[in-house]
Design a protein around this ligand. Structure first.
Ligand code: 13P
Length: 252
């Protein structure tokens, strides 16, 4: 399967810098057309920058647009929320759901993530569902139990290999410069594939991304581990040359 290289821009940038970053990505990919052929790409800017970035990406077509969250309800009296329908309308193909920062700072539960994913699926969006253990949980040998539980509960009945991507992001690796060993990543991704067999008809076809301090320096190792079908990149996705260097390491 084609690897997916996804950028999570989180709450960064301005309208103008988001446009510049998108232009640099599109320009860089234009110069290395084999990357665009070998890999799938997506970037997930803040809601307010989606339209601007879509305007840049649409002209070239190699990079899909994604959002960082959506509401668990349909349109209506939900002040401050953004629905899956609105994301589709603005040109999104993907939506990140259940990122650990949303679980931590917004109290999102597995059940809420499943409800959001169901709404995303209803509108034809691909849900990138994030799971991952904390450092304490890993040290207590609870990583598989935690991640297994999150997958069992965060995937709605509508999930399949086409409309869902799993992102394994150990919480302690996000923004810290720390990563699990290649053996630990391999073991966790194989474990996740096994859990997905309980939920899906074709578990081998679903993409399982790794996320957490992916950089050009470690991408060659992390992205060539069995069952690692791409990356969800935070900090390094804010620099076009780093994002593209990670992609180049994934494409070998
Ligand atoms: P970093 O790549 O900055 O560690 O962030 C990872 C992440 O949270 C992507 O969703």
């Amino acid at each position: 399967m084609k690897k997916l290289i996804a950028g999570n821009w989180k709450m960064n940038g301005t309208l103008s810098s988001a446009g510049d970053l998108a232009r640099s990505l599109v320009g860089g990919l234009g110069k290395s057309s084999d990357l665009a052929e070998k890999l799938d790409f997506c970037v997930c800017p803040p809601f307010l920058h989606l339209e601007k970035v879509q305007g840049v990406l649409a002209a070239q077509g190699a990079v899909a647009l994604g959002a960082q969250d959506c509401a668990l309800t349909v349109n209506g009296a939900y002040t401050g929320d953004i629905s899956a329908e609105m994301l589709l309308d603005i040109g999104c193909r993907y939506v990140i759901l259940g990122h650990s920062e949303r679980r931590q700072y917004h109290g999102e539960t597995d059940e809420m993530v499943a409800a959001k994913a169901a709404k995303a699926h209803e509108k034809g969006l691909v849900a990138i569902i994030c799971v991952g253990e904390t450092e304490k949980e890993r040290e207590s040998s609870l990583a598989e139990e935690v991640v297994g539980g999150q997958i069992r509960k965060s995937l709605p009945a509508s999930a399949n290999a086409e409309n869902t991507v799993i992102a394994y992001e150990p919480v302690w690796a996000i923004g810290t410069g720390k990563t699990p060993t290649a053996e630990d990543v391999k073991a966790m991704h194989a474990f996740i594939r096994g859990i997905l067999k309980e939920k899906l008809d074709n578990p081998d076809a679903i993409r399982i991304l790794y996320g957490g301090s992916v950089k050009p320096e470690n991408a060659g190792v992390l992205l060539n581990i069995d069952n690692v079908d791409g990356a969800l990149i935070g900090g390094a996705s804010l620099k076009a040359e780093q994002f593209l260097a990670i992609a180049a390491a994934a494409a070998v």
